[in-house]
Design a protein around this ligand. Sequence first.
Ligand SMILES: [Zn+2]
Length: 306
Amino acid sequence: MPTLTRLPLETYLLAGQAAPLECAICQHENRVSAESCHICSAPLSIARINAEVRRPAQLVACIGAPGTGKTTYLGMLMDMLMRQTGSLRTTLLGPHSISLQQATTTALAAGWYPDKTLRDPEHTCWVHCRVECGRRRRRSDIVFADFAGDAFAEELEHPGSFPAARAMLGKCSAVIVMTDAQRLQSGEHDDDYLSLKLLSLIDEQNQKDKKKLWSTARKNVPVALVFAKADTTPACADDPVTFAENHASSLWQDCRRRFPKTKVFAASVTGATGFKLVGGRRCRVPLRVEPQGIVEPFRWIVEQMP
Ligand SMILES: [Zn+2]
C-alpha cells in the first residue's frame, strides 16, 4: 500500500526571492539574497540599511591619482573615528566596513604602508558608517569607497568599465581630493590632470542635476583638498593654503571655481618615512605612526554636507 506524504508548497518563498533589491550605488536591481551588486560590486547591505532607516546614505567620493595615499589616509581615518576622538561619534554599519581599517592598521603595525588597492571592483573596500556630530548630535549615514586610482583613470578612458566609480562621482554629496604634497613640491603635476578631469565630471553631473527638483540641496558640494604625506613637506604642514597657491595653483583654482565650498588641508599618517631594500627594490616604509590632520577634513565635510 503506497504511503502518502504531505509536501507543503512554500510558494511565498519564491515570491520573496522575486522582489528585487535596488543597489544604493548604481541603482541596478539584484536578487534579494545577494551580498553584493552584480553590476558594481557594492555591498547590498547599504541598500538594506537605507531601507530600514528610510533615508539614503550620503556618498563621499575620495578621488586622486594612484599612489597619493588614499588607502592609508582612509584606513587611518576610520581607525581614529572608531576611537571616538573629538566631537564625532562613529558607528560602523555592516561587517565589510571594518576591512579598510583592518588592512591599514595591520600593515602599519608590521612596519609597512598598506598595499596598493587592486583595480578589480570586488577588491574595493567599502565603508558605511553612522556619524553623529555637533552639539545637536546631528546624525548622518555616510558611504565611501577606497577605489584604486587606476580605476578612475580607466573609467575616464572607457566610460562604463567601473560603474561604481562612475555612480559615486555622479551622486556624491561631498568630495575628498587627495594629492601627494611631496610630488607637488618637487614639481610633479601629472597627478593633477586626473583630479581635474574627475572634478569636471562631478561638476558636469551637478549642473545636470540642478535642473531637477531634488537637486537644490546639491548645489554646494563641499570639496576638501587634502595634501597627503605632509610630514615630508614642512612648508605644507605649516601653511597648506600658501602651499596650494605656490605648488598646486591650477588644481586649487579649479576646485574653488567649480565648488565655492572648498577648503584645503594638510594630512600625514606617519611622523617620518624611511626606505628598505626588498628584493633589490627600494620600498618606502613608515618609521613611526604619528597621525596629523586626519580627522579635520572629514569633520569639515560632514558639517558642510546638506
Ligand atoms: Zn550596484
